[in-house]
Design a protein around this ligand. Structure first.
Ligand code: F6R
Length: 243
């Protein structure tokens, strides 16, 4: 595991974007696993800047998002479909038919998960999976539990996850109760994982996930078993490492 700590958000964003655009420059047909939430916003901004300078093209890239809420329309500003359009898809030359996000409004959600798994299988392997980290150790929406699911599945969001995400909605009552998420098996199958974490409020979970026991009660701790993980931290979130 290669852990890099940055003094500023700008440096962290540039490093994260550089890793992703560097991969696409060397492998224009790369398969990228993408995350949403507050953490990657600045990285997407830097990627768009690099694209606008004409330094990278995404026209042959395939993407798979980690997750989507169940039951909010795709054009709801807080849906992950809307998020991706707003922060990345609307600004670069990704081909819409090569971008994938689970459909949280499918009539049959089980079938939607099976379809998503099939698309992932057809793509063979994710070259780089971008991840944020939940305060409770979740990756994607794989919440802490006594057992975890390998493939894409429906998940009931924990109260703490809904509380953390309430900042994006008018009130906690509007935060969906369920989501579709890629499973940990799919995440761990990625060739490389890029975990990004910011903020003092994540220092404890960073320490636990990266140095604590490997347990499904902290899904991110499973990343310790992966052969190629790069972790980008700001100084606040990395404060307890080597402390
Ligand atoms: C988002 C996702 C989640 C977030 C995590 C951290 O697609 O899968 O695991 O990465 O909840 O969210 P932020 O970045 O908002 O703190």
């Amino acid at each position: 595991m290669n852990i890099l700590t940055f003094r500023s958000n700008e440096e962290l964003n540039e490093a994260g974007a550089g890793i992703i655009t560097g991969l696409v420059q060397t492998n224009p047909r790369a398969v990228l696993g993408l995350a949403t939430g507050g953490t990657p916003v600045g990285i997407y901004e830097e990627i768009v800047k690099t694209y606008r300078k004409g330094m990278v093209s995404f026209k042959s890239v395939t993407t798979f998002n980690l997750d989507e809420y169940v039951g909010i329309p795709e054009d709801h500003p807080e849906s992950y479909h809307a998020y991706m359009k707003h922060h990345l898809f609307g600004h670069v030359d990704l081909s819409p038919e090569r971008t994938h996000i689970p459909n949280g409004n499918a009539a049959d959600l089980e079938q939607e998960c099976a379809k998503y798994n099939q698309h992932l299988e057809d793509a063979k392997q994710i070259d780089l999976q971008l991840l944020g980290l939940g305060h409770n150790g979740h990756i994607g929406f794989n919440e802490p539990d006594h057992a975890l699911v390998s493939g894409t599945h429906i998940v009931k969001l924990k109260d703490e996850t809904r509380e953390a995400n309430a900042r994006f909605f008018d009130s906690i009552d509007e935060v969906p109760t369920h989501a579709l998420t890629m499973g940990v098996g799919t995440i761990l199958k990625a060739k490389m994982i890029l975990l990004v974490v910011r903020g003092a409020d994540k220092a404890e979970i960073v320490h636990k996930a990266l140095t604590g026991p490997i347990t499904t009660e902290c899904p991110a701790s499973l990343l310790q078993t992966h052969p190629h993980v790069v972790v980008l931290l700001d100084t606040a979130s990395g404060r307890l490492l080597n402390a």
